[in-house]
Design a protein around this ligand. Structure first.
Ligand code: NAI
Ligand code: MG
Length: 356
């Protein structure tokens, strides 16, 4: 059966970087059906909504979605439901994308791009798996109320609810163990079990699921220590699995260890293996249309798509090897340029990857 890829370029640099990723995908010679649709501000301009029904239907009917980026300051005054960023939330919800995979990879050639010492980060290759649909970000009830009891009774208070259902923990834990199996068979579950009931429960369930994976070495770490360890000695980790809030924070921290936001892909997966793949960065309106954006995060997102949704790991390897080759040839977009390397534009970087 032909595999269907929905391509949603979006705003800002989205169309430029997506164009290069589609060229690379096409060059693989597979019989993919690739269809494009507008999303974000571009879709608001064209159809009055950031996630028009036609775009959503195309995404739902696809095996995988390749997403550029959405957003621009010029939409800041729109009511919330019409803002570009709502498209990504709508896609996550309707495709039930609960597992966010964010690799933090630092190619040896870019070791100087990090703010950390090269010996701490050179060759870094870790995967952070963040649960994406539960936790305190979505738990009910929430709001602002008059405090019903305790030392601040009668005063106004803001409150949220942290909660994880057993099935939610089990399914993200499985993604963690399965991913670890494809890598070095080491999984670190990050929690705050010493303080939070929700995360003592998380730890217990992850430990239980771990019994199904005797070949994977499971460790547990408190989130505060994990933050410290990520900055101190990040190469001790291979795969990290954690909740929505801790994962939000730790994955941004890990991204910055590599110092180059233009290099980092990401994936969001559902139960059926369908996924949405996008660069970790935003739409970068400040550099849009200038042929200077780095397309490698998007090209590497396409590689993740081949590995995690389209079951073509050898093609993913080809793309990743091509990116490594281009870097070792000294070719750089402006964001990763340093003295002694050759500065090239977005399209030329696409050319170089195709050639490699
Ligand atoms: P951003 O990631 O778009 O840009 C941050 C900085 O990194 C800018 O200086 C930009 O020029 C640079 N940059 C980003 N990607 C780059 C690339 N591929 N090559 C070279 N340089 C790159 O984040 P910012 O500025 O906070 O947000 C801009 C817009 O993007 C906002 O509207 C925001 O809401 C949206 N956004 C969208 C996301 C998405 O579509 N998933 C995620 C994050 C932000
Ligand atoms: Mg974040």
């Amino acid at each position: 059966m032909t595999q269907k890829i929905a391509v949603l370029p979006g705003d800002g640099i989205g169309p430029e970087i997506i164009e290069q990723a589609v060229r690379v995908l096409t060059a693989l010679g597979e019989s993919f059906e690739i269809d494009q649709a507008p999303v974000g501000g571009a879709a608001y301009e064209a159809a009055g909504h950031p996630l028009p029904p036609e775009t959503l239907a195309l995404a739902q009917a696809s095996d995988a979605v390749l997403f550029g980026a959405v957003g621009d300051w010029k939409y800041d005054s729109l009511e919330r439901r019409l803002r570009p960023e709502q498209a990504i939330l709508g896609l996550r919800q309707s495709l039930k994308l609960f597992a966010n995979l964010r690799p933090a990879i630092l190619y040896p050639e870019l070791a100087n791009a990090s703010s950390l010492k090269p010996e701490i980060v050179s060759g870094l290759d870790i995967m952070i798996i963040r649960e994406l649909t539960g936790d305190i970000y979505f738990g009910q009830p929430r709001g602002v109320r008059t405090s019903p009891d305790g030392p601040f009774a009668g005063e106004r208070e803001g409150f949220d609810t942290m909660r994880y259902a057993e099935s939610e923990i089990r399914r993200i834990a499985r993604v963690g163990f399965e991913t670890a199996r494809k890598r070095s068979r080491k999984l670190c579950s990050v929690d705050k079990a010493n303080v939070l009931e929700t995360f003592q429960f998380w730890k217990d369930i992850v430990t239980e699921v771990g019994k199904e994976y005797p070949d994977v070495e499971l460790t547990h770490m408190y989130v505060d220590n994990a933050a410290m360890q990520l900055a101190r000695a990040p190469k001790q980790f291979d795969v990290i699995v954690t909740g929505n809030m801790f994962g939000d924070i730790l994955s941004d921290l890990a991204a910055m260890l590599t110092g180059s936001i233009g290099m980092l892909p990401s994936a969001a997966l559902n139960d059926g293996g369908q996924g949405l793949y996008e660069p970790s960065h935003g739409s970068a309106p400040d550099i849009a249309g200038k042929d200077i954006a780095n397309p490698l995060a998007t090209i590497l997102s396409a590689a993740m798509m081949l590995r995690y949704s389209l079951n073509k790991p050898a093609q993913a390897d080809r793309i990743e090897a091509a990116v490594k080759k281009v870097l070792s040839q000294g070719l750089r977009t402006a964001d990763i340029f340093e003295t002694g390397t050759t500065k090239i534009g977005t399209a030329a970087m696409g050319d170089a990857v195709l050639k490699a």
